[in-house]
Each structure stands twice: as C-alpha cells, then as structure tokens.
Ligand binder design. Sequence first.
Ligand code: ZN
Length: 205
Amino acid sequence: MKIWKRGDESRAICPTCERRTDVVFAERTVEIEEPVPHSVENVLVAVCRECDAIAMVPHQSTPRLKEGLAKAAGETVNTRIPGHLKDILFLVSEVLASDVLGVGRPHPAPVLRTLLYEFSKDGAFAERVRKHIDDPLAGGPGDQDISIKVPARVLSAVDSTAKRMGMNSRAEVVKRVIATAKEDILDRHDKVLEEQLRGALVAVG
Ligand SMILES: [Zn+2]
C-alpha cells in the first residue's frame, strides 16, 4: 500500500478541471456534506496544482474521515450535575492525565465518554453503577452543566442499558458513573478501568 507524505507529487484526474493534472499532497480541511454536514481538519489530500481544489483523497486518509463522521454524527448530551460530581470527574481526569501525558491537564470529556461507553458494554461495570442508587455522592441538586458529544451508536446502547438497570434518565446515568469512577479510580485504583480511561486520553493526546 502506497503511503503518501506531505509534499509528494503525482498526477490525478481533477474533478474541477475535469482532466489529468499535476497534484501535490498537502493537509487540508475537508468539507463533507453527507450524511451530516461537517469538516475534518488536517487530512492529507492531493491538491490540484492548477486550480488548488482537492483532486483526490488517498486511501490512507479514509479512516480519519470516518472518525470525523463518527464525531459529527454524535449527539451532544447536556446534563446538569451537582458541583461535587464535576469535581470528581476533573480529579479522575487529572490523575489519569498526569500518568499519561506527564502533565496534570484534565480532560474530563473523554473520561466521561469512556465511562458511558464502559457502562453500555461492560455488564459488571453497569452493575456497579446500578448499585450507586442510594449513594449520597450521586445525589444533590444538579446545578452545573456538563456537555459531551457521544457517538449515536454508543448513546443508544447507554439508553438501553439504563432502561434494563431501572434508571430513568441520562442525568441519572451520568451521576452514577461518576460516583462509580470515584470509588473505582480514586479509592480502589482499579487497574482495568484505569487502563481503559488512559487509552481514551492517549487518543486525545
Ligand atoms: Zn484542478
């Protein structure tokens, strides 16, 4: 499989010029209309030397485009949670981030997204989350906003797991997964869950 680098030159059929032209590989923001209008930054494409339009997207760039679509197709989950739960989310993120990145910059969104993903697919974790029904930590007035983007596929799995576990709203799930993370990460230092959350942070960089 040919891997192109920035600055490589070739020839391709430019759809704008409607003929074969010289192209140079460069990173561009690719605008996509279907099925959800969105743009994906820093995609290596073949740029037409004559009209400067994108003549061709090489095969190596397609996973990035797919990832961009998955992100764009995600649904934004807006919930309101008690301030102390937001503090816990930041603390968990900070602990993991300092291990992975060597700096204490917290990344709460990917941590919460991964916790929801684990809840949707890991029965044992979901069961632990369910047990936090009477946890005072998971209670209190929801007075602070938290907003994350979750892929539609994951969100529908979260909803069906929540239903099976007798939880009535996404806010309930969010509060309890954070209370569970407090116990699993901050108190018990659960190695398996830590690894999964670290993986999410490595992906963020
Ligand atoms: Zn052209």
